[in-house]
Every structure is written in C-alpha cells, then in structure tokens.
Design a protein. Structure first.
Length: 208
C-alpha cells in the first residue's frame, strides 16, 4: 500500500476535480487535454482506471495487452468512458476514496492526481490552487526519476526554482516559476512553459 499520509490529499484532489467537472457542458468534454492523444473525457477515464488497479490487476491487464502500455491504457479508457461524459464522471465519483493502485513508488499516485487534473483543467480554463506541500513532494519525486516520463533527464543541467514555494533543484541555466508549472514542465507538458522564465526555458522547451 502507498504511504497512508498521501491518501487524504489524493482523495481531496479527486473530489475537487469531480466538483469542477460536475456542471461542465457536454461539448467541452471533447476538449483536447494536455495529454495530446486524450480528450478531457479520456483523461478522466484514465484516472478512474488507475484508481481501480492493484499490482496484480495491472500485470494481468498488461499481459493481455501484449505488454503494450498504450494498448492497455486504450482498452481501460474505452471501458471507463463508455456511455459518454455523465457515465464517465459517475465512474470517477465512485473511486474518489479508493486506495487501490498499480505498482510503483507511493508518490507516483499523488503526482498522477495533480498532473492529470491539470491536464484536464488547463485546456478548460479552470484554475486550482494545489496544496504547496503536495506539489513540493511531487517535484522532489520527479526530479530524480526517469520512470516512464523521463523528468530527471529532461531537467538535467538546469537550475529549477519555484517562485511560490521553498523549492529549488539543480545547477545551470535557471528556470523559475510556480511549483505546479515546474512539475508539469518536468513531466513534458509544453503548455506550462509559458508560466516559466529564465535562460533555461529554451533548453527545457527543446526537451519537451
């Protein structure tokens, strides 16, 4: 099981996202998320699917998909989004307090919750103030990880500095801005680069 102290924050952030989407006009569910291959509906479906997985289920589903992460995700998303936006949101609401998760470091699930919530909110123009401590914890995790998203490699040789939190990392050309925007940039979200300043932004942009 992931670190118990993380779950209240994860649950609160899921609930906040569900509340933000409760009255979303149906046509906006087709908006492209920051995950370019997914719509808002599909990104939420992915979050739902992940919250239903255990390590055993994850491995079984991956095997069924021929060990293709993309094929596995596509199958799970199709199941969770069947019936349209209302059904998709209803399924997400059913896992708001879930503690199941695939294998991986505990902070992964906090990071997934914050990053995918921003994948959904930003294209819709929805603002969210995330708990600073949670965002810092995620940044500390991603800075040393190349697992799947390659954040460590992406920020190599750059000095990252948060302007709204006591957090910095690395040496080199500076990249500064809000902590959540730094997290998004670390995970390859180009949309967050416009929030950042410093001579290292061009280098980070070339790696995104």
């Amino acid at each position: 099981m992931a670190d118990p102290e993380l779950w209240p924050t994860i649950h609160a952030e899921r609930a906040a996202l569900a509340a933000d989407l409760a009255n979303l006009p149906e046509e906006q569910w087709a908006t492209t998320s920051l995950c370019a291959n997914w719509t808002v509906t599909q990104a939420l479906g992915h979050m739902t699917a992940t919250a239903k997985l255990t390590p055993a289920k994850f491995l079984a589903n991956l095997a069924k998909a021929g060990f293709s992460f993309e094929k596995m995700a596509a199958t799970e998303i199709a199941a969770e989004t069947a019936g349209g936006p209302a059904a998709t949101l209803q399924r997400f609401n059913s896992v708001l307090s879930a503690t199941d998760h695939p294998p991986g470091p505990p902070t992964t699930w906090l990071g997934e919750t914050i990053v995918h919530a921003e994948d959904i909110r930003r294209p819709l123009g929805i603002k969210r103030e995330y708990p600073t401590a949670a965002a810092v914890r995620v940044a500390d995790f991603y800075k040393g990880s190349n697992l799947l998203i390659g954040a460590k490699k992406r920020i190599a040789g750059l000095a990252l500095r948060a302007t709204d939190a006591d957090w910095s990392n690395g040496t080199g050309a500076e990249v500064s801005g809000p902590i959540v925007s730094l997290v998004l940039a670390m995970t390859g979200r180009a949309a967050a680069l416009d929030d950042l300043t410093g001579e290292g932004v061009s280098t980070l942009r070339s790696r995104t």
